[in-house]
Design a protein around this ligand. Structure first.
Ligand code: ITT
Length: 196
């Protein structure tokens, strides 16, 4: 049974979302929880590659069983940009506001607003690696809407909804999001290990 797992993230929103879904038997430690302040490299060209890089780094340097996620917003009209570069779309050191402003600018006059959020989770347990993926399809609005969530949430409406992730609030977002879909797979996998 897996009683402790490190989630290799510095993003407190992600940590909250994941702890909310994986509650109960497995304690989720943050990077702060293992005194890791390292700037973990995210230099791969794909979400899968970055998630694996982060998880392998923690396993190698700290020895913990762990998982990491990498998430990207993939916009069809922009050939899937910002994708793996979502965090630094407006350049290194820029924040979510700057990233959203750049995206709105790139999408000006664009009639194809289709986009998807994609999360890839890499898990390492006892030196074996596993990958889980969650995708939510939706569209990009023309102005920022809502205060909840983080990152690009004010710009994204999931299909079959009328509110952006930032308008619907964390409770609903956490039920339907790309990360929730990937984390549910992770949780189901962990429960099969618990049963062993
Ligand atoms: P870690 O690498 O420490 O986990 P991060 O914030 O760098 O945290 P990612 O590289 O996975 O996270 O995220 C890339 C970008 O996508 C970043 O700008 C986030 O704000 C954004 N993002 C990730 N998940 C999101 C979500 O659920 N809703 C909106 N934006 C999100």
């Amino acid at each position: 049974m897996i009683t402790k797992l490190v989630f290799a993230t510095n993003n407190k929103h992600k940590l909250e979302e994941v702890r909310h879904i994986i509650s109960g038997k497995t304690e989720i430690l943050s990077l702060a929880g293992i005194d890791c302040c390292d700037d973990i490299p995210e230099t791969a060209g794909t979400l899968e590659g970055n998630a694996l890089l982060k998880a392998r780094y923690i396993k190698l340097q700290y020895g913990y069983d762990c998982f990491a996620d990498d998430t990207g917003l993939e916009v069809e009209a922009l050939h899937n940009a910002p994708g793996v570069y979502s965090a630094r779309y407006a350049g290194e050191g820029h924040d979510a506001e700057a990233n959203m402003n750049k995206l709105l600018c790139q999408m000006q006059g664009q009639s194809n607003r289709k986009a998807r959020f994609r999360t890839v989770i890499a898990l390492i347990i006892k030196d074996k690696e596993y990958v889980f993926e969650g995708i939510v399809n939706g569209s990009i609005v023309t102005d920022k809407r809502g205060e909840a969530g983080f990152g690009y949430d004010p710009l994204f409406i999931p299909d079959t909804y009328t509110l952006t992730f930032a308008q619907m609030g964390n409770e609903l977002k956490n039920l339907i999001s790309h990360r929730a879909l990937a984390v549910k797979q992770l949780a189901a996998f962990l429960s099969t290990l618990s049963a062993e």
